[in-house]
Each structure stands twice: as structure tokens, then as C-alpha cells.
Ligand binder design. Structure first.
Ligand SMILES: [Fe+2]
Length: 238
């Protein structure tokens, strides 16, 4: 079985369409989505419409919850997105589950298995920059989630590791909002089972990121335009 894993689209429909086109080229039996679908000053309405059409297994991200709830928080763009999208899009976000198990084997979450707003594989320093989380901390979060593959997003940092018992943990990176990787490319992952073992490969795709930056600029979000066109920003810069 070959599965495409996408996360953190953040309303960037142009990046999402590039990724879906590449998935068609690569071939996949399923597409799984890990949250933060709409929260960005690009095309949240178009992105929501496409996800409703795709109807793929999907879990909720912290921003999906915040947009659905209309919660006042740090990212003003969530309020913008809530105003832009339609009621049926809000209903879709509100109904997304915290986690989901695909085919009894692949566990899906946005942050950690128990929280949509907590980083798992990588830590982010208060003043910016990424640090390595210890093995003990990472393994503790996985306790009780006995699935061959554990998928997470949220950090926007594409990365995989194996727990000491062999379980594979994968973060596919971000489709629509590259952070701290120094590349504007759209990212996703393919996981594949061969002879009982899961392997992962990462894709980083060039796409028309200047068109996405133009959308952000047109809505008055210059720092988002910089982030999406360079890939060097961090969440603190937005
Ligand atoms: Fe995100």
C-alpha cells in the first residue's frame, strides 16, 4: 500500500493543487490529511471547497479548531479566514476529529497523539530557532498508541524517526506554508509498505509560490507573502 500524507496547507490552494498533481503522477492508494487546512491569507474558501470534494481521512489542526470556534488568539489571520469561509466550511472544520486510525495501522494526529497544539518531534525556542527533543520525551507521547505508523504535522518541519520498538513516526512538512527550511517548495510525504515494513520518502515541489505571495499581499499580509516566497520565516514572524 502506498499512501500520500499532506499537512498544514494553510489555505494555500495553489500549493495544494501542485501537490495533488504530483500525487497523481507518483500514484497513491490513499491521501491522508493532518490539519491546519485553511488558516492563511491565500484562498481559504477555495481550499475548503477542494477538501470537501476530496473527502479524504482528515484530522483537525489547532487552527481548524480556532477558526471553527471563533477563538481570539495570536494569529489575526484566523479571524480573517473565519470571515471569508462559508458556514458549510466552518461545519466541516468543527466536525474534524482530534485523531483517526486508517486501515487499523496508520495513526493520524496534528500535534501529538493527545493534543492538536503541541509540537512533538521538534521544539521551537521562544526567540525562534528549532531544537532537538529528547528520545524519552518523544517516546512518552507515543505510549499507548500501538500502530505501525504515527503521522503528525504542526511543526511544518518534514522529518521521520523510528521509535525503539520499530514504530515509524512521520511529519510530512507543510504543503502551503514552509517554515524555517529555507525553501519555498511545497512538501508532503509518501509512505509505503513493503514486505511488512513501512518506508517513507519526502517530496519537495517547486510551484508558483509568487502567485501565492501575491494573494497574501492583496489581503494585506506582507509577512505571509515573505514566508511563502522564501521558506525562511518562522511562525513568530507571521
Ligand atoms: Fe500549521
Amino acid at each position: 500500500m502506498r499512501i500520500a500524507v499532506i499537512s498544514d496547507v494553510h489555505g494555500n490552494l495553489i500549493a495544494l493543487e501542485a501537490v495533488l498533481a504530483d500525487i497523481r503522477t507518483q500514484g497513491a492508494d490513499a491521501i491522508l490529511a493532518l490539519g491546519d487546512y485553511l488558516s492563511g491569507p491565500f484562498d481559504p474558501t477555495g481550499t475548503a471547497g477542494l477538501f470537501l470534494e476530496l473527502a479524504i481521512p482528515s484530522v483537525r489542526g489547532n487552527h481548524d479548531r480556532w477558526v471553527a470556534e471563533g477563538r481570539e488568539q495570536d494569529w489575526p489571520v484566523d479571524a480573517l479566514v473565519r470571515r471569508m469561509i462559508e458556514p458549510k466550511h466552518r461545519d466541516w472544520l468543527a466536525a474534524l476529529p482530534l485523531n483517526h486510525v486508517f486501515e487499523d495501522e496508520v495513526f493520524m494526529c496534528h500535534g501529538t497523539p493527545t493534543a492538536d497544539d503541541v509540537l512533538w518531534l521538534d521544539g521551537v525556542k521562544p526567540r525562534g530557532g528549532v531544537f532537538q527533543v529528547t528520545r524519552a520525551v518523544i517516546e512518552r507521547e507515543a505510549e499507548g498508541f500501538d500502530y505501525s505508523v504515527l503521522l503528525c504535522g504542526h511543526s511544518h518541519l518534514a522529518r521521520t524517526l523510528r521509535l525503539s520498538d520499530g514504530r515509524l513516526v512521520v511529519n510530512p512538512g507543510s504543503v502551503g506554508l514552509p517554515l524555517a527550511l529555507g525553501s519555498p517548495d511545497a512538501r508532503y510525504a509518501l509512505i509505503e509498505k513493503h514486505a511488512g515494513n513501512w518506508a517513507v520518502s519526502f517530496r519537495a515541489l517547486p510551484y508558483d509560490h509568487q502567485a501565492a505571495a501575491a494573494q497574501a499581499n492583496a489581503l494585506g499580509y506582507e509577512r505571509w507573502a515573505t514566508a511563502v516566497s522564501t521558506g525562511w520565516s518562522t511562525a513568530r514572524d507571521l
